[in-house]
Write a protein that binds this ligand. Structure first.
Ligand SMILES: [Fe+2]
Length: 417
């Protein structure tokens, strides 16, 4: 329940954000803040058996993919679990899964598991969350599409992420493609019960995976920080409740870690400091946006992701210009706050500005050779209406976008393609 609702969303006001930092604002919203417990640090994976035992789990179903199985990471985990817990393994999780990939496994996997252990990146975590729903409740995934439609508790999910990007170990959403559009199921019932986040597991990640997943984390921090204030977001059955003091603090700290570590992690994969920075940044950004929600860049990228065969991070890069320019007048001062963090990291003394933040982001996209327009992924101006139409169904993201969506968005899409 919230009070003091305003019917007309207003621009995010960076001055108010600074006042909050000084403790001068009286908070009038009721905010729910309940992140999943986690263990973080180099070598923390060794604590996995102990944490599983403390939850009294006796039988696990482990989800992973062929890459993780080949990399040796699966074997590391199995060696740790040997003799302490019974387990079965499903190692065929596909990248960017479709709802049918999960639905067809519903009756093939066994039963009687105390928990599902996800060992992998975003796709593996999304797969495990989706399976937890249909292994517990009747029907197929499509029955639960949207927010708050999972009817009750599911088999508990434990996450061991092996990338620094999605932050799914912290969130209450699973994302998959259904009928050609990336959609999600969001429910507090599918928030993982705990995660073990060990940056050492990311050391061998290839540069392209580091780049694509890392950009996702960067956008989580950015869009979470700029999300519509919670006082202007209607009550929802999940905690995408708009920007609030908890989420903003996490998003700003996450943004700082990620900006500092992103390029070193891509180009010097064994740089431990950079891997730690990316892991903690992605984890904090997941905690932030799972309590605030995201915005238009994610809505557009989800739409684009259903139209082209490209990773989520690539789609985000291609949609960044359109999404942030559409939001610019609502976010200029907030963008300047983020530009100030960059200036601090890069020791630049000039006055921070919102415009310069957008320029820096485009420069970063160019530097790491990601697409900066949907046309670079094969989308033409004739696809603008479809891109818009598939964006409008992303209500999870649109409800927390700083600027309400109007017909003017189509022009931004046409120009940005
Ligand atoms: Fe994302």
């Amino acid at each position: 329940m919230k009070v003091n609702k305003k019917s007309n969303p207003e621009p995010v006001n960076a001055y108010k954000i600074l006042k909050i930092r000084k403790g001068q604002i009286i908070m009038t919203d009721i905010i729910s803040f309940s992140p999943s417990p986690s263990i973080f640090g180099f070598g923390s994976i060794k604590q996995l058996p102990e944490v599983l035992a403390s939850n009294n789990y006796k039988k696990l179903l482990i989800f992973t993919d062929t890459q993780i199985a080949k990399s040796g990471i699966l074997q590391i985990v199995l060696d740790l679990l040997e003799g302490s817990i019974e387990y079965e393994i499903f190692s065929a999780v596909p990248p960017e899964p479709h709802s049918s990939d999960m639905d067809k496994q519903k009756d093939r996997l066994g039963s009687g598991y105390d928990a599902l252990l996800s060992l992998g990146g975003g796709s593996v975590m999304d797969f495990a969350k989706a399976m937890s729903i249909i292994m517990t409740h009747e029907g197929s995934l499509g029955d639960y599409l949207g927010e708050g439609l999972v009817p009750g508790p599911v088999v508990p999910i434990v996450c061991v992420p092996t990338t620094s990007g999605t932050g799914s170990q912290s969130t209450q959403t699973t994302v998959f493609t259904i009928e050609g559009v990336k959609r999600g199921v969001s429910s507090e019932y599918i928030r993982p019960v705990f995660s073990v986040v060990d940056p050492e597991l990311t050391i061998e990640l290839p540069p392209m995976v580091t780049r694509n997943s890392g950009y996702d984390a960067l956008m989580h921090a950015c869009e979470s920080f700029m999300a519509r204030p919670s006082s202007q977001v209607p009550d929802r059955p999940i905690r995408y409740q708009g920007s609030n003091p908890f989420s903003r603090a996490l998003a700003l700290e996450a943004f700082s870690h990620i900006w500092r570590s992103y390029k070193p992690a891509i180009y010097e994969g064994k740089n431990r400091e950079a891997r730690i920075g990316m892991s903690i940044g992605a984890h904090m950004a997941g905690m932030a946006f799972s309590h605030s929600g995201l915005g238009l860049v994610h809505a557009l990228a989800s739409s684009l992701g259903g139209m082209v065969d490209a990773p989520h991070g690539i789609c985000l890069a291609a949609c960044t210009r359109i999404g942030l320019q559409y939001n610019f007048e609502y976010c200029e001062k907030g963008f300047a706050v983020l530009d100030g963090i960059i200036a601090d990291i890069e020791e630049i003394s000039s006055q921070p500005s919102g415009k310069r933040f957008l320029d820096r982001l485009q420069q970063l996209i160019n530097d790491v050779a990601m697409p900066s327009r949907p046309s670079e992924l094969g989308i033409g101006k004739g696809d603008a209406e479809k891109l818009m139409e598939n964006t409008l169904v992303q209500t999870r993201r649109i409800q927390t976008n700083p600027r309400p969506l109007d017909d003017g968005l189509l022009n931004y899409i046409k120009e940005g393609i």
